[in-house]
Design a protein. Structure first.
Length: 131
């Protein structure tokens, strides 16, 4: 998002609040990737501060690497994801209704496993999400 201020000096070009308005937080649904960010404060008198030093963060999407039928009523999923993150596994029979099946366990850094022990007599789709 483009700032309404000079990125070098922080001089505020507009006589109004910034892109965030009066909000104290901003929620975004971002796809996997690396993102760079910085912030600037704008006071009630519309005076602005310099921008904070630029920082970066990376969103890692989980990737299912293995699905194994362990028994007639048990499927084991293995997947990679962000080390130390928590992941939930969801199942669906129709790709419309998703039921949370449980939490995955991190077996080693960035490697996760989940065993679905619900009925497996019919086709089932799986989805891994980070809460």
């Amino acid at each position: 998002m483009t700032a309404g201020a000079d990125p070098g000096t922080g001089y505020h070009r507009l006589a109004t609040f910034g892109n965030g308005g009066l909000a104290t937080f901003w929620e975004l649904n971002l796809p996997a990737g690396t993102y760079f960010w910085s912030v600037q404060s704008i006071g009630a008198n519309l005076a602005s501060s310099p921008f904070a030093p630029e920082r970066a963060f990376t969103i890692i999407s989980p990737l299912i690497t293995e699905a194994t039928l362990v028994s007639s009523n048990s499927v084991r999923l293995r997947f990679t994801g962000g080390p130390g993150l928590e992941y939930s596994v969801f199942g669906s029979h129709d790709l419309k209704t998703w039921l949370r099946l449980g939490s995955a366990i991190e077996t080693s850094s960035g490697r996760f496993e989940f065993t679905d022990e619900t009925e497996t007599n019919t086709s089932k789709f799986y989805q891994v999400r980070s809460p």
